[in-house]
Design a protein around this ligand. Structure first.
Ligand code: DC
Length: 230
């Protein structure tokens, strides 16, 4: 049975991870959250008080870290956990401090080299849905299906705001939108592997689309490329 690779790129808050998880479930594929890996390195740097402008130290840290993405069964669902040097950091990597610093760490060439190598090894046998910023352009240039997911910055801000609210975290929407803009700017303008739509990627603007419609569209495209539903 053919197992394809699906690359999902796009700016912060475009819904990549939610969509990627659901698409992966439909085909019984592995979902790889590459942002979680950059977040794990950022967490470690913050914990060790590494100066974030010291690129050498950040690269050493990335090269010496053991990052694993593991699936664990919880309440009848398989949930992705991020394991850093043997410790489960799935929650810690979502903190505001990590979120506000991760773009800087992810802009360091040597950190990216280390992460890209890991990501390519994880995707070696296909059957993956991988989300990030440079998946279609750099990590999996031969992916059978490449999607560039986007939405207006206001809509992305609103979605994040709702997501946080559901977790009981109250933040100012305008401030959240400003933070997303800032992250988009750094991610799109860095020298190494910036956020960019691959030439052969399909652009999907989800501003006016429901989650179900987005998933259905991608599932149909994947089926056209030979993916088989589970
Ligand atoms: O998708 P996310 O918000 O968890 O990503 C966290 C940060 O990592 C984001 O600022 C961009 C960066 N990133 C990246 O540069 N390349 C990737 N493949 C994934 C994430």
């Amino acid at each position: 049975m053919k197992k394809i690779s699906i690359a999902l790129d796009g700016p912060a808050g475009s819904g990549k991870s939610t969509v990627a998880k659901l698409v992966a479930q439909k085909f019984d594929y592995i979902y790889i959250d590459t942002g979680a890996m950059y977040r794990a390195i950022t967490l470690k740097a913050l914990q060790q008080n590494v100066d974030l402008s010291n690129e050498r130290q950040l690269v050493d840290l990335a090269e010496q870290s053991d990052i694993q993405l593991q699936y664990l069964w919880e309440d009848g669902q398989s949930i992705l956990h991020t394991i850093l040097d043997g410790l489960d950091v799935s929650e810690a990597i979502r903190s505001i401090e990590v979120t506000n610093n991760v773009s800087v760490v992810a802009s360091v060439a040597g950190v990216r080299d280390a992460m890209v190598r890991l990501q390519q090894a994880m995707a070696q046998s296909g059957g993956v849905v991988m989300d990030g910023r440079d998946i279609g352009t750099v990590v999996l240039p031969n992916a059978e299906l490449k999607i560039f997911l986007t939405a207006s910055v206001e809509e992305r801000g609103k979605r994040r705001w709702l997501e946080l609210k559901q977790k009981g975290i109250d933040v100012d929407l305008a401030e959240l939108i400003e933070q997303i803009k800032k992250r988009d700017f750094i991610d799109s303008n860095r020298e190494v592997n910036p956020l960019r739509q691959a030439e052969d990627a399909l652009l999907l603007d989800t501003t006016e689309m429901t989650l179900e419609a987005v998933v259905e569209r991608i599932v149909n495209l994947a089926k056209e490329k030979g993916a088989v539903l589970k």
